[in-house]
Write a protein that binds this ligand. Structure first.
Ligand code: ZN
Length: 143
């Protein structure tokens, strides 16, 4: 059965990220600086370098892909919740190369900003705390 809550948007932050910074690190920092514990994230822009994860469902492990290519971010969607009481951004990213080929995965640290514009909306509601889920092996919401 699906588990969910009705949440209300509180504020939307809109801005740009600094060149050469870590994409996931910067989004997390904005959450920490603004005390955002629950929210949603959208980003578009371009990256200089990419590190994305793929979760192997059989072995319950992430493997990571690193690309040293200049790529467009055609989409990034994510959420903000808590892990060990601290805000964590979980985001998936889709990227395109110079020929328009697209690929993507779970955004990991090591993805470096060329230019990025973001929207970050804080939501009002109960805490969404992540914890180990034995069925998937993932840190899922405990609800
Ligand atoms: Zn993921």
């Amino acid at each position: 059965m699906a588990a969910y809550e009705e949440l209300k948007p509180v504020k939307t932050f809109m801005g740009k990220l600094e060149h050469d910074k870590d994409l996931l690190g910067e989004l997390t920092k904005i959450c920490l600086d603004n005390n955002i514990k629950l929210g949603k994230v959208e980003v578009l822009g371009a990256v200089k370098k990419t590190r994305i994860g793929y979760y192997d469902q059989d072995n319950k492990q992430y493997s990571f892909i690193e690309m040293n290519e200049h790529l467009e971010i055609t989409g990034l969607v994510g959420n903000v919740s808590l892990k060990n009481g601290k805000p964590i951004v979980h985001a998936h990213i889709t990227l395109a190369d110079k020929d328009g080929n697209a690929f993507g995965g779970h955004l990991a640290e090591g993805t470096i900003v060329f230019a990025c514009e973001f929207y970050l909306t804080s939501l009002d509601g109960p805490e969404y705390e992540r914890g180990y889920d034995k069925t998937t092996g993932l840190p899922l919401w405990q609800m």
